[in-house]
Design a protein around this ligand. Structure first.
Ligand code: THU
Length: 133
């Protein structure tokens, strides 16, 4: 399942719109319903509106009624180069994950043949959540 999810993320990365950074990211998010939502980064000339691949996938899922998630696979790298083994989600995406995922939510990073699995708790300790409000 993990390898299949990474391969789906690799395909999603092909759709990345990254004319400024040339850094292309793909994501594949597995919902508890069994559906997989893909995402890519979508950049903007004004930079700030840029949306990461992870949030694209989450917002697609939530807008289609899925709110519970098992894991996400993320692949990234400079256009025309090999996939990176070191790309982890940015802080904004970690916060979005925190809103919708339990601490054992899995984040799969790397390539189809060489990947690691981290939990949300590992990459987002001491997070701010709705329980504070
Ligand atoms: N990016 C992602 O899509 N996900 C990440 O986890 C890190 C960064 C995108 C945003 C921007 O389009 C490009 O990568 C360079 O920061």
């Amino acid at each position: 399942m993990k390898k299949q999810l990474i391969e789906t993320a690799v395909k999603a990365r092909e759709m990345a719109y990254a004319p400024y950074s040339h850094y292309k990211v793909g994501a594949a998010l597995l919902a508890k319903s069994g559906k997989i939502y893909t995402g890519c980064n979508v950049e903007n000339a004004s930079f700030t509106p840029t949306n990461c691949a992870e949030r694209t996938a989450f917002f697609k899922a939530i807008s289609e009624g899925d709110r519970e998630f098992e894991m996400i696979a993320i692949v990234a790298g400079k256009d025309g180069e090999e996939l990176s083994k070191n790309c982890t989600p940015c802080g904004v995406c970690r916060q979005v994950m925190t809103e919708f995922c339990h601490k054992d939510f899995k984040i799969i990073l790397g390539t189809p043949d060489d990947f690691k699995v981290l939990t949300l708790e590992e990459i987002m300790p001491h997070s701010f959540t709705a329980t504070e409000l």
